[in-house]
Ligand binder design. Structure first.
Ligand code: ASP
Ligand code: MG
Length: 410
């Protein structure tokens, strides 16, 4: 008998009519005889009453003085409301169901409130409910320490709950239900002919998620990848099967077309480039700069260290602090605000000649300067001005034929 983990995001649970769609997916798998663990997020988005951001807003008015332990207690409430409301809907339809907190489901974490890591999942209680033919609803984004303190896993953590439960239970599949039809070749708000992908590898989706595509939390993918559990990203509001995420070998063995050099684009806005030139300055310039950034918790990206100096990027929000720190070290950085990082992602690009040439040609033809670039085995990143972002994404999307269906592609 199959064991399926289904995860429903906030927009899938926000009102009665969306919860009817959730019910439809649960009923279908339940009637097909599958054992089901259903992970839920808090209902709705910021501004709606039980969303995680709305809960945070309740205490912000008191100067945000709530200690981390109590903040996690508050944050855990959103998912508990979703779990119990969904449980009542299933019971009203005659589907036997039980709602569990993360801790009750056996998710044991360390004690880092607000960003806890899962150390173990004890599945006995879930197994017992599954054996009793109950649908097990688990509040996402939370666990408990050995001592029973409620913890949360970091924002967006219910995806992590879902794949971690899938791995612990050795599930046949983890279905991540959301409000889009799967993973697209690019963000459709920026690229008009972005197209849903039928399959991607773990590596590709990890690169997309880490580079700004908001489709699934990268930590969740890493857990699924390590355990080799296939994931599908699909829509709550349609019957499409969405995008299958698994390893490249399994995609090939299933005969799923896969070998396109470039699979998709992702982007991050609000990036600042800092360049420090090493005139006759100290020889330990690099060390002093990166140590200062690290000590102040500033995350750096696009790092380029040369004998002549360093180039790197920070987020818009960290820019003023970073520039101040460099000033204190007597450096005068060249500061380029308003940049965007565009990622060209594809598991098939490794060792394939000509990918960078296509990128440079597409951007040059569009008159878009590249300020910096970097690459790994499945991604090439370019830094450009944010005002050129829409044009750059569209030009790259066309240059790699991402708007074409696989059969037409190169
Ligand atoms: N509700 C939590 C958040 O907004 C967890 C999640 O939705 O994944 O971060
Ligand atoms: Mg989410």
């Amino acid at each position: 008998m199959d064991l399926i983990v289904q995860k429903f995001g906030g927009t899938s649970l926000s009102d009665e009519s969306s919860r009817r769609h959730v019910l439809r997916h649960i009923t279908r798998e339940h009637e097909a005889g599958s054992r089901l663990v259903v992970v839920v997020s808090a209902m709705g988005r910021s501004g709606e009453p039980y969303a995680t951001d709305s809960l945070l807003e309740l205490v912000r008015a008191n100067g945000d003085m709530l200690p981390p332990r109590e903040k996690d207690l508050l944050l855990s409430c959103g998912e508990l409301i979703s779990a119990t409301v969904l449980c009542s809907l299933l019971c009203s339809e005659g589907i036997p169901a039980v709602a569990l907190t993360g801790g009750q489901a056996g998710i044991v974490t360390d004690g880092r409130f607000g960003s806890a890591r899962i150390s173990e999942i004890r599945t006995d209680r879930m197994q017992k409910h599954l054996a009793d033919k109950q649908v097990v609803i688990v509040a996402g984004f939370q666990g408990a320490t050995e001592g029973g303190e409620t913890t949360t896993l970091g924002r967006g953590g219910s995806d992590t709950s879902a794949t971690a439960l899938g791995a612990a239970l050795n599930a046949d599949i983890v279905d991540i239900y959301t409000d889009v039809d799967g993973i697209l070749t690019a963000d459709p708000r920026w690229v008009s002919d972005a197209r849903p992908l039928s399959a991607v590898s773990y590596e590709e989706i990890c690169n997309m998620a880490q580079n700004g595509a908001k489709v699934i939390h990268p930590r969740a993918v890493e857990i699924a990848m390590k355990a080799g559990i296939p994931v599908r990203v699909r829509s709550t509001f349609s019957d499409g099967v969405g995008t299958l995420v698994t390893n490249a070998k399994s995609l090939r063995s299933q005969g799923i077309w896969y070998d396109k050099t470039v699979t998709g684009l992702a982007h991050v806005r609000g990036v600042t480039q800092l360049a420090v030139v090493n005139g006759n300055g100290p020889s330990d310039l690099q060390l002093r700069i990166f140590r200062a950034m690290a000590t102040h918790g500033i995350s750096v990206d696009f790092i380029n260290v040369m004998p002549t100096g360093v180039h790197y990027t920070v987020s818009e929000a960290d820019t003023d602090t970073a520039v101040d720190l460099l000033g204190q070290l007597d450096f005068e950085p060249v500061v380029r605000r308003g940049c965007a990082k565009v990622s060209v992602i594809g598991g098939g690009m490794n060792g394939e000649p000509g990918v960078m040439a296509v990128i440079v040609e597409a951007l040059t033809n569009a008159g878009i300067p590249i300020f910096q670039s970097a690459d790994s085995n499945a991604t090439i990143w370019v830094l450009i001005a944010e005002r050129n972002l829409a044009e750059a994404l569209q030009a790259l999307h066309s240059a790699f034929g991402l708007h074409l269906s696989p059969a037409q592609g190169t």
